[in-house]
Design a protein around this ligand. Structure first.
Ligand SMILES: [Zn+2]
Length: 211
């Protein structure tokens, strides 16, 4: 059984714990234990989407991502559980699987539909949602090193998010990829192993790649 506990980070982003063990779920249900004590600034607006009439594709431009966290040292890892010295993205002393909205998304947080009949020069907000899935609280490792139970919980988390995000207006799964440490691919490098990102946008392709 998977216990699902949703909460919010200090800037309003959604974070959801997926726990295999009731004791872990109880920990995440305790509001005092899992409160996000960071004073994060308000979330910025979505980037822009520009229609490329030559290729008949939408191109997203997310200038705000230039300030995102990039290869931080291990003691400042945003995906490790929070400690007094490192107030991370996961405000809990431990976790099993956790999903949260990306703080520096290429799409969203606004939701909506792209123009249906774009022409040369048509632009729009980069609607959508980007989420991070952390497979394990350990700083090192990979999906392949997870046990059966944990791997199943990860798949259940993916299924949960697929169903939930598919119900949002204009959403179609666009891409999911896994990042592993400094050798991660395809488009960004993450500070830890066992992490994947799911990006949802009004476009209609589903691509999976593994680092
Ligand atoms: Zn870490």
């Amino acid at each position: 059984m998977t216990y699902i506990t949703p909460t919010r980070l200090s800037d309003g982003r959604e974070l959801i714990y997926f726990d295999e063990h009731e004791a872990s779920a109880d920990l995440h249900r305790d509001a005092d234990t899992v409160q996000d004590d960071r004073a994060l600034p308000p979330r910025g607006p979505a980037g822009s989407a520009r229609y490329d009439a030559l290729t008949d594709e939408w191109i997203t431009v997310a200038a705000h991502r230039q300030s995102r966290t990039h290869l931080p040292p291990a003691d400042q890892c945003p995906l490790c559980p929070t400690t007094p010295e490192n107030l991370s993205e996961v405000p809990a002393p431990d976790y099993e699987v956790v999903v949260f909205e990306n703080r520096f998304p290429s799409f969203g947080p606004e939701l909506g539909e792209l123009p249906t009949a774009p022409e040369w020069g048509t632009t729009s907000m980069a609607y959508g949602r980007c989420e991070v899935v952390a497979f394990d609280s350990a700083h090192d490792g990979s999906f392949g090193s997870l046990g059966f139970e944990r791997a199943r919980t990860v798949v259940e988390a993916w299924a949960h998010r697929t169903q939930a995000l598919s119900a949002l207006p204009g959403m179609t799964p666009e891409s999911a990829w896994s990042s592993r440490g400094s050798i991660s691919v395809p488009s960004s490098r993450s500070p830890r192993a066992g992490r994947s990102r799911c990006t949802w946008s009004p476009t209609a392709r589903w691509l999976i790649s593994r680092a």
